[in-house]
Every structure is written in structure tokens, then in C-alpha cells.
Design a protein. Structure first.
Ligand SMILES: [Zn+2]
Length: 414
């Protein structure tokens, strides 16, 4: 082994005290017996070893908006927050809607990314190019581009579609975007998914009605995500702090509680990291930075008994890898050695000044949290330790199932 990590690790819902052997950047063995290795990392008492996490919804800007966030600053923020793979949202400036812009995006990621990445492609009446996933906006959000014919764009997508489900017509009628705007859009999206039986992922579900629709339909090829801000904040917080404007908006306490009541059934948690600066926020931009607080809010929730550590592993590693068909991620032998070490006892206070994102502010400023990511390992190499980013950008694009490098079969159905 080139690296052995020892200590308490979480596997198949249980905590083991043992060893993880890493060879060629992959997990070669989970073992209870001592493994021989050249280099050793030990998780101390109170520390736990988890997989590096996957965030399937991240806006990294760059291109013409490099002053707001760059692939470099955004992926440093990701590994600082325990996230080793980011899904890049394509509503950039210019938007990623053609082959050439997608190639440019890939080139930038190859040069500057500190995390591994999946590349998205925006569909709004244009011709699809080969990407890792496709994004469709049913109504306008940041960037203003939306699909005038969701069903048609969905039908022609060559892979899984992530949809921002807020209905265009209803947004015109109700610019405050009450729950009905999301609920109607989710119904439309589900109808199309039922008709075409193609993989669909519904982004940032925020309402009781919307979540009920999805859970009642139970379509095995439909997945969905919930964001930390819809789990931890409400409209009341927005009324006190206008910077908390986001689409879909923060909801009532009743909606928030409902999301928590179905937490076991929530497939994916994703940040929807949107690094608007304070100046953008003053000017009314919608969206919240979240890469460096996402996992920490969840660790704090584990300490409060609201979820388990295994819930985090499922919703941010195992499920994203399975649903988006990523061959090299997940938490089993043979997959990439993306690992984080967390200290569940560490208490700390959220301060935007300690973050790597260029956003320069956080919705959770001053929050006292218990539980911290203290080390991040990407494919067998330490890339973050105690808030310090280590080494050069070495992010790689994810490997999709069914791709040239030895297929393990089609996408599994849930
Ligand atoms: Zn988004």
C-alpha cells in the first residue's frame, strides 16, 4: 500500500476500528487487521473517517464572472468543506450551451480545479453536446435563461437532466414565488418523466407539496435533492436578512419541518452554492454560498441527533454516485480514495473571513457548530488539513458508467 489510514471509519452503517489501504489512488481494502504501508495517517480519538463527499449542485462562475468566483476559489472552498467532487452548473457567462464553450470549461477545470468534477450542459432549445449531466431551468433564475419547452428539451437530453422546477408562467404572476410555483413545475416535470421514462433529477425541493408529489409518484428513475438552506432556514430568517434571497425561496417553518420529517427518504443533499458577493446581494441577486457550511451543518445535526453520519454518507456519496452513474466515486473497495476525517467534538464559529469562496459572506455567520472536517484526501493525497489547502490543483473529471474505460454495466435502478 502507498498509504494506510487507521482509526474509526464508517462502513455499511457501522463504525469499525481498523485500516483503509490505498493503492494507485484507489481504496484497495477496508480491513480490521493491520495493513502495511509506506505512509500512514491516523484518525485520533473522537475523529471519524468518512468518504470525500459529492455535491451535485454547485455554481462556480469563472469565465467573465471570475471576480465573483473562480474554479480555483470555488473548488478550494469545496475541499475545505469536505467535498471532493463538484457538479458544475452551466448557467455561466457565457452559458455552456455549445460544444466549444463546454470544451473551454473543461480546459479551465483541468488547469485550475482542486476537486474532481462533473461538467454540466445547459438545455434551452439548443442542440445537446456530450456532457456529464444536463441542466434545464423551467423558469428563469441567475443568468435568465430558461427552457420554453421543458418536455422537448428533456426528451432530447442524451443523459440525466437536473431540473430547476419553478414554473415560468406562474413566476410572472407571482414574482415572490410561493409554493405553488414549485409544486406545479414539479408536477409537470414528473409527468414528462413518467412519459419518457428517462432519468430526471429535481433540484432543491423546498415545499411540502413538491416533496409529497415526488414521494407519492415513486418513479424509480426520478431522484431529487434538498439544500441545507431549506433545511436550516425559513422565511422568517429572510425577513430579518434580505441577503437570504434565494430561488426557490426560503419557506415556512411548516415546510422546513416537513422536509425533516421525510429526511430518511431524501436521496441527495446538495448546496446549490451560489457565490454572490455582498454587492450582488445589495443589488438583489438570488442565491446563497454554501460549500463550506453544508457538511458542517449536517455534522452539527448529527451531534443534535437529527440525522446519522450514515445519512450523510448515503446522501452525499453513495446516492450521488449511483444516481448520476459515476463509476469511480462512492464508498467501496476499488473506488477513488476520496476521504475526509472529521472531528465530531470540535466546536467552532462560522466566519466568512475564514472561507475560501470569494462570496465574502455566509448565511450562517456567527453560528456555533459542533463537528468539523479536519482533513480532506483526494485520490490518496492529502489536499486539505486544518483549514490549509495543500498542493496544486489536481482535480479530474469523473468517470461515467458505460464510458470507454471498462464498463460496469448500465445505470442501476433504485
Ligand atoms: Zn442552482
Amino acid at each position: 500500500m502507498e498509504l494506510v489510514i487507521s482509526g474509526k471509519f464508517l462502513l455499511n452503517e457501522r463504525i469499525f476500528d481498523g485500516y483503509i489501504g490505498i493503492k494507485d489512488g484507489k481504496i484497495s481494502k477496508f480491513s480490521l487487521r493491520k495493513l502495511k504501508g509506506d505512509s500512514k495517517i491516523k484518525a485520533e480519538k473522537g475523529q471519524i473517517i468518512l468518504p470525500g463527499l459529492v455535491d451535485v449542485h454547485v455554481h462556480l462562475r469563472d469565465f467573465e464572472e471570475y471576480k465573483k468566483e473562480t474554479i480555483e476559489s470555488g473548488t478550494k472552498a469545496a475541499i475545505h468543506g469536505g467535498i471532493t467532487t463538484v457538479f458544475d452548473m452551466p448557467n455561466t457567462k457565457p452559458p455552456i450551451m455549445d460544444e466549444k464553450t463546454l470544451k473551454m470549461r473543461e480546459f479551465l477545470f483541468r488547469k485550475k480545479s482542486y476537486a474532481d468534477y462533473a461538467l454540466g450542459f445547459l438545455l434551452a432549445g439548443n442542440k445537446p453536446a456530450k456532457a456529464d449531466f444536463y441542466k434545464i431551468f423551467m423558469g428563469a433564475s441567475t443568468g435568465g435563461i430558461y427552457s420554453k419547452n421543458f418536455e422537448e428539451d428533456f426528451r432530447k437530453a442524451p443523459g440525466i437532466v437536473s431540473v430547476h422546477a419553478e414554473d415560468y408562467e406562474l413566476i410572472q404572476e407571482y414574482p415572490e414565488r410561493p409554493p405553488i410555483v414549485e409544486e406545479v413545475a414539479i408536477k409537470k416535470a414528473l409527468k414528462a418523466a413518467e412519459k419518457y421514462k428517462k432519468p430526471l433529477h429535481i433540484c432543491h425541493v423546498s415545499t411540502k407539496g413538491g416533496l409529497q408529489e415526488i414521494l407519492n409518484k415513486k418513479l424509480p428513475w426520478v431522484s431529487f435533492e434538498v439544500t441545507p438552506h431549506h433545511l436550516f432556514l425559513t422565511r422568517k430568517d429572510y425577513e430579518k436578512n434580505r441577503f437570504l434571497k434565494v430561488y426557490p425561496p426560503l419557506r415556512s417553518e411548516e415546510d422546513r419541518r416537513y422536509l425533516w420529517s421525510r429526511i430518511k427518504e431524501i436521496l441527495i443533499i446538495a448546496s446549490d452554492h451560489a457565490p454572490h458577493t455582498p454587492e450582488d446581494k445589495e443589488a438583489g441577486s438570488a442565491g446563497l454560498p454554501g460549500l463550506e457550511t453544508e457538511v458542517h451543518l449536517l455534522l452539527d445535526a448529527v451531534n443534535k441527533g437529527l440525522i446519522t453520519l450514515w445519512d450523510i454518507v448515503e446522501k452525499m456519496s453513495i446516492n450521488p454516485a449511483r444516481i448520476f452513474g459515476i463509476k469511480n466515486k462512492g464508498w467501496e473497495e476499488g473506488r477513488d480514495a476520496d476521504i475526509i476525517i472529521i472531528d465530531m467534538k470540535r466546536e467552532w464559529t462560522v466566519k466568512a473571513e475564514n472561507f475560501y469562496t470569494k462570496a465574502g459572506w455566509t448565511p450562517y455567520e456567527g453560528w456555533k457548530l459542533k463537528g468539523k472536517v479536519i482533513m480532506t484526501i483526494l485520490r490518496g493525497e492529502v489536499v486539505m488539513e486544518e483549514d490549509e489547502i495543500i498542493g496544486k490543483p489536481r482535480g479530474e473529471r469523473i468517470v461515467r458508467e458505460g464510458s470507454a474505460e471498462g464498463s460496469v454495466g448500465g445505470r442501476e435502478e433504485r
